[in-house]
Design a protein around this ligand. Structure first.
Ligand SMILES: NC(=O)C1=CN([C@@H]2O[C@H](COP(=O)(O)OP(=O)(O)OC[C@H]3O[C@@H](n4cnc5c(N)ncnc54)[C@H](O)[C@@H]3O)[C@@H](O)[C@H]2O)C=CC1
Ligand SMILES: O=C(O)[C@@H]1CCC=N1
Length: 281
């Protein structure tokens, strides 16, 4: 399938495909919980995790089944790989011989390319690379998917279904996945960092921490809702807050003097570069 696939692949909320989910840490659990909320049958899901207590917790919480990776993939139509990039090589070795012919494999690991997956899986295996983010835990995720060489339309629709359970999904050419990782994959962390800083500022100015936190969180939610619902450019929305000679401009001048915008650009360049490095081990 070509890199420039349409952004609107039609997707069913439920599926009878048997799913193996390997790695049920933060992101694996977020995807699983979203899928189950969107109607996925827990009986069709087998999870595997190297950390036994973690797998057991997931089984008890969600009513799915647990198995060793090779056993889990042997019966699966779709395999989701949600381990750290550094653990991907050994996991692919572990499942290589057990994978059903035609089974679809989707990885959410930062930096791991479809070429990396294809080179380590049986010839012709359909694969996709996806980058979700943690707001998936509250059904507000943002994910981007890129198909590999042998990924068909049905496979891509399956990848979209898996991710749409917990938020919004777009398809992107794979060359953009490192940028996606830097922007929306890691993005929630930058926002939490800004929130931390603003809460601290409120405390510095004498507000009780609980009050400062409430003010900041609701301000963030309100601003995000304005961006989404009005569709206005962020510059327009920022200008609406910035009265001539007022408080906002005094603060924004400080941010500019401290090169905060430039720091964001450099930070996200560093994240994209790190993503590109991760497949090298
Ligand atoms: N945390 C995040 O915000 C995001 C993470 N990702 C990607 O998701 C992947 C997982 O990240 P997290 O969930 O944050 O990590 P995590 O460390 O919370 O979870 C990884 C899980 O994989 C398990 N594991 C490791 N090797 C295994 C193996 N051989 N077989 C079975 N299980 C194995 C670990 O025991 C652990 O429970 C990473 O590749 C990361 O790049 C993608 C988007 C966002
Ligand atoms: O920090 C990381 O490497 C992962 C990928 C995107 C978000 N967390």
């Amino acid at each position: 399938m070509s890199e420039n696939v349409s952004e609107n692949v039609s997707v069913n909320a439920t599926s009878s495909r048997r799913l193996a989910l390997l790695g049920v840490g933060v992101m694996g659990e977020a995807l699983l919980s979203g899928l189950l909320r969107s109607g996925q049958d827990a009986a069709q899901v087998v999870v595997g995790d190297r950390y036994e207590a973690r797998a057991q917790h997931i089984v008890e919480t969600y009513g799915v089944t647990v198995a060793l990776p090779a056993e889990a993939v042997a019966g699966a139509d779709t395999v989701v790989l949600a381990v750290k990039p550094q653990d991907m090589g050994s996991l692919l070795e572990e499942i290589h011989d057990a994978l059903r012919p035609g089974a679809f494999v989707v990885s959410i690991a930062a930096g791991i390319t479809t070429a990396y997956l294809e080179a380590r899986l049986p010839e012709g295996t359909p694969v996709a690379r996806a980058m979700p983010n943690t707001p998936a835990l509250v059904d507000q995720g943002m994910a981007a998917v890129s198909p590999g060489t042998h990924c068909g339309t049905d496979d891509l629709a399956e990848a979209m279904r898996l991710l749409e359970g917990c938020g919004k999904v777009v398809t992107v050419p794979e060359k953009h996945q490192d940028a996606v990782t830097a922007i929306s994959g890691s993005g929630p962390a930058y926002i939490f960092y800004v929130v931390e800083a603003m809460v601290e500022a409120g405390v510095l100015l004498g507000l009780p921490r609980v009050t400062s936190t409430e003010l900041v969180v609701q301000t963030l939610f309100g601003a995000a809702t304005m961006l989404k619902e009005t569709g206005e450019h962020p510059t327009v929305l920022r200008e609406q807050v910035s009265s001539p000679g007022g408080t906002t401009m005094s603060a924004l001048r400080q941010l500019d003097d401290h090169k905060v915008r430039a720091a964001f650009l450099t930070a996200m360049e560093a994240a994209a570069q790190r993503s590109a490095e991760l497949a090298q081990g």
